[in-house]
Write a protein that binds this ligand. Sequence first.
Ligand code: 13P
Ligand code: SF4
Length: 377
Amino acid sequence: MPQMETIGLETDLSLFKYDNLEQLPPNYRDLDEGERTARIEAALDELGDDVLVLGHNYQRREIVEHADFIGDSYALSKRAAEADASNIVFCGVTFMAESADIITDDDQAVSLPSMEASCPMAGMAEALQVDAAWADLTAAAPDADIIPITYMNSYADLKAFCAEQGGLVCTSSNAHRAFEWALERGDKVLFLPDKHLGENTAHRIGLEGSLAEWDPWDPEGKDPEEVAKAAVICWEGYCQVHERFRTAHVERVRENYPDAEVVVHPECRHEVVEAADVVGSTSTICETVAEADPGETWAIGTEIHLAEHLARWHPDVNVVPLCGDACMDCNAMRQVDPNYLTWVLEGLVEGVPRNVVEVAPEEKELARVALDRMLEV
Ligand code: 13P
Ligand code: SF4
């Protein structure tokens, strides 16, 4: 398995994977919104087709309003793969910028404006842990072909590992197709790192009766032979933003708004997904509200910035966050602030690319195989 490098910075950023990324200089820290917007627009005008700004649906308003394309992680990776621009500024989190670097040409540079934008869930499946689990599970089921699938929310070394073991990558919009692809080629799936997406996908394809969890933090509490009997083995990882939603929130919304419909992300707990009307990726959530009739009420079970964008983009629809004020923003996504965007774009104007994410060549080649398999399913 390719080695994962977690470098020893003198900060508490234990999930941070790159040592060439820079902090925002002090003269960019207090820009006022008017000046900043004018500077971002001037830099974008000057750069023209040399730059493509991609913005994930969870980015804040001041970021998405400058993006050439806003979308979910699958759509953004497709856009990156098709891009001609020599510079891609990826307003998202580390694993997304890494994936963009993997699928773009070597002469295209991918910048992640803030070095601190690391998804905690991606850090929940460390290479060494996965290596150990793989050894235990394959020894416990020597006659079975286990196919590893990693959610896009993982680092490049894990994607490379999945390719090496005959597996692939998926996102929330194609997890069911990735499971079907894997089960046509093998007997079992090891799904990393999000247990909820794994469980929700097992239900979607009718395998909920053969589901087990692998908890790498509880080495005593698991019996590899028992776990390896299941058709779908889910890694014990989760997203804290989505775990917050409970069925009580769905019930309360339905009491407060009797006509409300509920749309949630598949990183939510299974019982919440069951209680909702629609489940899907952030793009599905956007499309659901875009297609709503005026006056309809939709409760949104995902990161708060997306709920706020949808309320702004569709003022004729009553958009409410599923757990009201308790809805969370994603701390990782929030690190990309518009001061960073200004600094990175002005750097490109000066010919100084900043915070360029470069996946190590030996990981890149294999991780690309896993991503290409995903783009084909
Ligand atoms: P999407 O792939 O649906 O955009 O989700 C990414 C993500 O990080 C959700 O928490
Ligand atoms: Fe990671 Fe959750 Fe943030 Fe998505 S919302 S980037 S899974 S922490």
